[in-house]
Design a protein around this ligand. Structure first.
Ligand SMILES: *[C@@H]1O[C@H](CO)[C@@H](O)[C@H](O)[C@H]1NC(C)=O
Length: 291
């Protein structure tokens, strides 16, 4: 009998395909998320473009995602959910690449959902180890909105069919709907995998795919709050290609919160834009169960 129910339970997960966190998992996540590493290290700052190289242990939420044509930075926000930037896969909802075009898709409100049918989408940690290549769905926030491009909204969520094994190199950051976490002049860290050359286009190809850490401050919000603007001027830190989807991190009361996801950057100064987690909190909750 017990076996029968167990079987039903697993079948149900496969058939109805619900990998959102249930309220129990949501509650426990809220308690342990962002608790690694156990205290915020003091960083020795060096004025190199795009920040300082760090070990994955210092930012275990900072995963990167690979897909048929390229890769991007991303943030683990639960053992089954990864946050990144829509433009990594698709700059505009009308411009499907060949590999995305053939995937089953649907609109859920204004959000576009694609269902991968293969293992071409994968999540890796800072030393390149595969964390999962079983992606159930990919959510592009507001890409079913008629005029949407990544300049309108730029948040993407991957939901996995399995839970990532957590350790010192793979551990979720928290998300929050506290607007104060993104208030003006707040000092935040950015962790991402772009290059560290002063040359924006990195023509010598050095220093790519390194996990780096930079310090920035919040200088504003725009587009009805969907984006936040950050600047690394005080620390001479800049955002670079490859940092897209990277984590904007705010450390509060012993927990690391991701408050944004890197979207675009200026080639010439320290200015850059990130998609606001606060502005997308209810969408994230709806799709992931992290509420
Ligand atoms: C998720 O957990 C948090 C913290 O315990 C709680 O405040 C919130 O109501 C929970 N939401 C759901 C939908 O379970």
């Amino acid at each position: 009998m017990y076996f029968f129910f167990l079987l039903l339970y697993f079948l149900a997960e496969e058939i109805w395909c619900d990998y959102r966190l249930n309220s129990e998992k949501n509650q426990s996540l809220k308690a342990y998320c962002g608790t690694k590493p156990s205290h915020q290290g003091k960083f020795d700052r060096r004025p190199i473009a795009g920040g300082r190289e760090i070990s994955g242990k210092e930012a275990p939420w900072a995963v990167y995602i690979q897909y048929p044509s390229s890769w991007c930075s991303a943030t683990m926000i639960s053992p089954r959910h990864i946050l990144s930037a829509s433009h990594c896969l698709m700059k505009n909802s009308a411009e499907f690449s060949e590999s995305l075009k053939r995937l089953r898709r649907e609109c859920d409100g204004n959000d576009l959902i694609l269902y991968p049918d293969n293992n071409e989408f994968s999540v890796k940690n800072s030393y390149g180890a595969l964390l999962s290549d079983r992606v159930f769905k990919i959510v592009f926030s507001n890409y079913c909105y008629p005029q949407a491009t990544f300049r309108y909204d730029d948040m993407m969520i991957w939901e996995l069919k399995e839970s990532i094994q957590l350790d010192d190199y793979a551990f979720p950051a928290c998300i929050s709907n506290n607007l104060e976490f993104q208030s003006l002049d707040t000092e935040v860290r950015v962790t991402a995998y772009g290059h560290n050359s002063w040359d924006f286009h990195n023509s010598d190809g050095k220093g790519t795919s390194l996990l780096r850490d930079g310090t920035f401050r919040i200088i504003g919000g725009f587009k009805e709050g969907r984006f936040i603007a950050i600047s690394g001027d005080k620390w001479a830190d800049q955002i670079r290609p490859g940092d897209s989807g990277g984590s904007v991190i705010h450390y509060v009361n012993g927990q690391y919160y991701t408050i944004g996801s890197i979207s675009t950057a200026s080639q010439t100064d320290f200015y850059s834009e990130a998609t606001s987690v606060y502005a997308h909190y209810s969408q994230i909750c709806h799709h992931t169960g992290i509420c």
